[in-house]
Design a protein around this ligand. Structure first.
Ligand code: ZN
Length: 462
């Protein structure tokens, strides 16, 4: 039985208050008892100073996009694995071309190294579970790996070695656009047809079942990349578990869908029975009132730091929440990895657009990182800190220059804390981050080495 004494703790339930002086007893990675008002820390208890709460779910990640950070945000491209930053110009679509240059050269061994460092960066930021939207399935040119799960296993092993849980959302990606062929680069993403995707995901799922930190789910890349016959096949033979799709991130996607199908991307997915309580619409930035009503029982994963970097726009988060949609959050392109920043941006971006404050209670936005985030990636029992729950927790300091002086711990954390204020992370029984540092991985050094190796490969191939 391990014992932890928390200066303050929060269960993750928006209707419950923050507790003080809390003794938590843990056995086999689960909370056994939780008792508030224990004045001093017992000698045999680990002391967690600050606010301890459930670990965060990062519900939308493309791990390899981390290699583009610091290279593409100016908007123009050219040079190195991710292109050199320019001062002006560029769109979502030119950013995507730079991203494809990285995708062109990754192989399983290097993807493992890069992803391990990225997931360790996430751990340091308080993430204990990630939803990896995985479409880099095949070798260059679309050739099959002898082990078709090679890339998926690289990601599961990377998460295991970083100490976090992963849901591998295996992406169906068949077309370069509506009625468009795949580009040479996009061949790596495609299984040829729905049956090919199904066969590979089943093999991959069986392989990943040996990883205690890994679960699997499905994804439709977007209505641009998946033709209607494949959506119909998915409707007939839908695997159990979460289903995610990029939806209406850009106005151009809506225009293309309306022109080809006479309906929005959400309406098209709904026609094929895919929009239900297991479904997560990623972004949902440019959705109509009808789309919002269709998404009422689903999840929507907002990725505000990516959406602002790519000039996507501000989605209707409060309208979605009012309709009943469960909001979740993801760092997506990893322009930054700071889930508290994602959560606060939902409220602050909407303030700018609407001229109104207080659209989302702080506890609800933090909840998007906790139980709803975990639910959307298939870890339904996670995201709570209470007896019986898995003991995946993080501690956020309330005495840093950013957080000191507040009188409401949840508001301080949501509006003032950053990833740098996460001091401790405990997941699946292991204390993986202490004093703000990953205990087994030198995150900056490993990111640097992996991205340098990627640069060498990209330079050699261009
Ligand atoms: Zn994405």
């Amino acid at each position: 039985m391990a014992r932890y004494w928390c200066e303050q703790s929060w269960s993750g339930d928006p209707d419950e208050a923050v507790l003080r002086n809390v003794l938590v007893e843990v056995s086999n990675g689960r909370v056994v008892t939780l008792q508030a008002g224990i004045g001093g820390a017992p000698d045999d208890a680990d002391v967690l100073r600050g606010l301890t709460m459930p670990g965060c779910a990062n519900a939308h990640s493309h791990a390899f996009h981390r290699a583009l950070r610091g290279r593409t945000h100016g908007g123009a491209g050219g040079g190195g694995a991710g292109g050199g930053g320019g001062a002006s110009g560029g769109t979502f679509w030119t950013w995507r071309d730079q991203m494809y240059r990285v995708a062109a050269v990754l192989q399983p061994d290097l993807y493992y190294r890069l992803a391990r460092a990225v997931y360790a960066e996430m751990a340091q930021a308080g993430v204990t579970a990630v939803g990896e939207f995985h479409y880099l399935h095949h070798d260059v040119g679309g050739a099959r790996y002898s082990q078709p799960w090679a890339m998926a296993e690289a990601l599961a092993q990377a998460a295991a070695d970083a100490g976090i849980r992963i849901t591998l959302l295996d992406v169906l990606y068949l077309a370069g656009g509506i009625d468009q062929p795949l580009s040479e680069l996009q061949r790596r993403f495609s299984d040829g047809d729905h049956d090919g995707w199904r066969a590979r995901t089943e093999a991959s799922g069986a392989r990943l079942a040996t990883y205690r930190n890994a679960r699997t789910g499905s994804a439709v890349h977007s209505v641009r990349a998946v033709p209607r016959d494949a959506l119909a096949a998915l409707e007939r033979e839908r695997p159990r578990g979460p289903l995610h799709a990029h939806v209406s991130e850009q106005p151009a996607e809506n225009e293309q869908s309306l022109a080809a199908y006479g309906c929005t991307p959400t309406e098209l997915l709904h026609r094929y029975g895919l929009v239900d309580d297991q479904f997560t619409a990623v972004h949902a930035t440019h959705v109509t009132d009808h789309d919002v009503s269709l998404l009422a029982s689903s999840y929507v994963c907002l990725c505000p730091t990516t959406e602002r970097d790519l000039a996507d726009g501000v989605g209707p988060a409060s309208r979605l929440a009012s309709a009943g949609t469960r909001l979740t959050l993801g760092s997506d392109s990893h322009a930054v990895i700071d889930l508290l920043e994602e959560a606060r941006a939902v409220e602050l971006n909407e303030r700018l657009v609407t001229g109104r404050r207080g659209l989302h209670p702080p506890a609800r936005l933090l909840g998007a990182l906790l139980h709803d985030g975990h639910g959307s990636i298939g870890w339904d029992e996670h995201g709570w800190l209470r007896p019986g729950s898995p003991f995946d927790v993080i501690t956020i300091r309330l005495d840093s220059e950013r957080t000191v002086g507040g009188n409401d711990a949840l508001a301080s954390v949501l509006f003032s804390a950053t990833a740098s204020d996460v001091t401790d992370v405990i997941a699946d029984g292991a204390h993986i981050v202490a004093d703000g540092r990953h205990r087994t991985i030198d995150v900056a050094a490993e990111l640097s080495a992996a991205i340098a190796a990627l640069d060498d490969l990209a330079d050699g191939s261009s």
